[in-house]
Design a protein around this ligand. Structure first.
Ligand SMILES: [Ca+2]
Length: 171
């Protein structure tokens, strides 16, 4: 009798635990669209890890911020090349650390959920020749150069023919 009662209680408690954890998970995902966006990007663009409420860092050091909500100079770290989805340094931002320049890397923006999106940019790199960024029409630094991101320079808008066209970056 005592044993049966204990088993029944254990089953009830397990049921309660399941119910409460399912309820929490549903509430969190329904109320947090930022997290849903982060999750979707992580699924579509493997190799990244969430490193903040709305930021993802890939294994090579490239960072995607969904919405910094900061002025360009605050959002883009020192010695980096940053590209934003919207004009005037707003919206989704990709940040390529200057420490990755000069190593022969090609940064395909599709790998970070950012293909054909760039509408403004800022370079906070220092004046070393190997930290001049080049932005390309196509993946793998093909299709011709769109523009160059020179150290310390920035562009709040792009000419219409260059807007939402960037597909890869070298530096
Ligand atoms: Ca855009």
């Amino acid at each position: 009798m005592r044993r049966r009662q204990a088993t029944f209680l254990t089953a009830v408690m397990a049921g309660l635990t399941l119910l409460s954890s399912a309820g929490v998970a549903t509430a969190a995902s329904a109320s947090d669209s930022t997290q849903e966006e982060v999750d979707a990007i992580l699924v579509e663009h493997p190799g990244g890890a969430q490193t903040g409420k709305d930021s993802i860092t890939w294994s090579n050091g490239v960072v995607l911020e969904l919405d910094t909500g900061e002025a360009a100079d605050d959002a883009c770290p020192q010695d980096s090349m940053c590209l934003w989805d919207d004009q005037n340094y707003t919206g989704r931002m990709v940040e390529i650390p200057g420490s990755l320049c000069g190593l022969g890397f090609i940064f395909n923006l599709k790998d970070y959920g950012f293909n054909d999106m760039a509408s403004s940019w800022l370079s906070t790199t220092r004046g070393l020749s190997n930290k001049y960024g080049t932005v390309w029409w196509d993946y793998d630094a093909l299709g011709g150069k769109l523009w160059q991101m020179l150290p310390g320079l920035k562009a709040p808008t792009l000419p219409a023919e260059f807007n939402d066209e960037a597909s890869s970056v070298t530096c």
